[in-house]
Design a protein around this ligand. Structure first.
Ligand code: GLV
Length: 309
C-alpha cells in the first residue's frame, strides 16, 4: 500500500517530509521511480502526464495537489470509478487573498505608473480613488473566493460576488447565474476571476464580458488561462476600455517567450504563483484522506466530476 506523488520535474522532498511528519510509516513512491505500481492506492498529482494513472491498477483515490482539478478531469485515462479529491487549505486561501489584495492595491495606488516615472526621475502625484468607491467583483464564490471576499471586505472594499448558484455570504451581495451576470459586471471596477475551469466557464473572460464592465476596469485572472480569450483582452486594452490586467495563469504555461502579453505595458504577468500549495499546511488532509480511502470511508473535499469541481 502506498501513495504516489506525481509532480513531474519538481523536487518533492518537502511533500515527502510533510507527509512523513504526520505518518512516519507511510510508504511514498515518487513518479517516475515507482517500484511497485500495483501497491499504489493513492495518487497525488500536479501536471501529471496524461495516461500515467493507468499504470496503477489498484488506485482508490486520485488527489489534486492544488485546489483545481481540471488537469485530472481532462485526462481521459483517469479511471472514472476512482474518486477524485482536491485540496481545501487555509494556506491556499490566504495566499490567494494576499495575491488579490496586492494586485488590487498595486493597481489602485498606481505603482506601475510610479515605476515608469521613477525611470525618468519624474515627481508627479497620480489621482487615487477612495477604496469605498471601487467595486471589486469576484467571479467564483467557492472556498477560496469566499475567503478572499472576507479579507477585501474587512479592508474596506465594496465586494460583490458571482457564482453559478445563489448563495449567502456575510457582507457580500452574491449575483448568481447568467441572468445576473451583467448586473454583477456593471459594478466591477476590478474584476477578479477565481472560477473553477468548466465547460461553462471556459472563455468567460471575453469581449462581451469586458464590454459590460465600467470604463477603465481592471482584470485579475488567478484562476485558469482558458477562462480568458486572449485576443479579446488585447482588444479591450487597445480600445482603452480596460485599464490593465494582472494575469497569473495562461493557456500555455510557461507562457511562450514570443507571446504578446510579455511586452504589453499594461499587463503584469506572474508565473502561476498566486496560490501554491504549502506541503506543511496541506499534508495532514492528504494523510487523512489516504487513510479514509484505504478504509473505505467517506473522503473529504470530494470532486463532483459532472460539475467539474
Ligand atoms: C492552483 O492553481 C491550484 O489549483 O491550486
Amino acid at each position: 500500500m502506498s501513495i504516489a506523488i506525481i509532480y513531474p520535474n519538481r523536487d518533492v522532498s518537502a511533500w515527502v517530509a510533510a507527509l512523513h511528519a504526520h505518518d512516519p510509516a507511510l510508504a511514498i513512491e515518487v513518479w517516475p521511480e515507482i517500484g511497485a505500481p500495483d501497491q499504489v492506492e493513492y495518487a497525488l498529482c500536479w501536471n501529471h502526464p496524461e495516461g500515467v494513472l493507468q499504470e496503477f491498477p489498484n488506485l482508490k483515490c486520485v488527489s489534486s495537489l492544488g485546489a483545481g482539478v481540471n488537469h485530472l478531469l481532462n485526462d481521459r485515462s483517469c479511471p472514472p470509478e476512482v474518486p477524485l479529491v482536491r485540496l481545501v487549505d487555509t494556506g491556499l486561501k490566504q495566499s490567494m487573498a494576499e495575491y488579490v489584495m496586492l494586485g488590487v492595491l498595486e493597481h489602485l495606488r498606481r505603482f506601475a505608473g510610479y515605476r515608469r516615472q521613477q525611470h525618468h526621475a519624474e515627481w508627479l502625484p497620480l489621482p487615487v480613488p477612495p477604496i469605498s468607491e471601487v467595486g471589486i467583483g469576484l467571479m467564483g464564490c467557492g472556498e477560496i473566493g469566499r475567503y478572499v471576499a472576507g479579507k477585501l471586505t474587512a479592508f474596506g472594499f465594496p465586494v460583490h460576488g458571482w457564482s453559478r448558484r445563489p448563495q449567502a455570504l456575510a457582507g457580500v451581495k452574491v449575483f448568481a447565474g447568467d441572468d445576473q451576470l451583467n448586473a454583477f459586471l456593471a459594478r466591477s471596477d476590478v474584476l477578479v476571476c477565481l472560477l473553477p475551469l468548466t465547460t461553462e466557464t471556459a472563455g468567460i473572460l471575453d469581449a462581451t464580458t469586458f464590454s459590460r464592465l465600467p470604463a477603465n476596469a481592471y482584470l485579475i485572472n488567478a484562476a485558469r488561462g482558458a477562462h480568458l480569450v486572449e485576443a479579446d483582452l488585447l482588444s479591450a486594452l487597445a480600445s482603452g476600455h480596460l485599464s490593465g490586467a494582472l494575469l497569473d495563469v495562461f493557456r500555455d504555461e510557461p507562457l511562450p517567450k514570443s507571446h504578446p502579453f510579455w511586452k504589453h505595458p499594461r499587463i503584469m504577468i506572474t508565473p502561476h504563483i498566486a496560490s501554491v500549495t504549502n506541503p506543511r499546511s496541506a499534508a495532514l488532509q492528504v494523510v487523512e484522506n489516504y487513510r479514509r480511502a484505504v478504509q473505505g470511508e467517506r473522503l473529504s473535499n470530494l470532486v463532483d466530476r459532472r460539475q467539474g469541481y
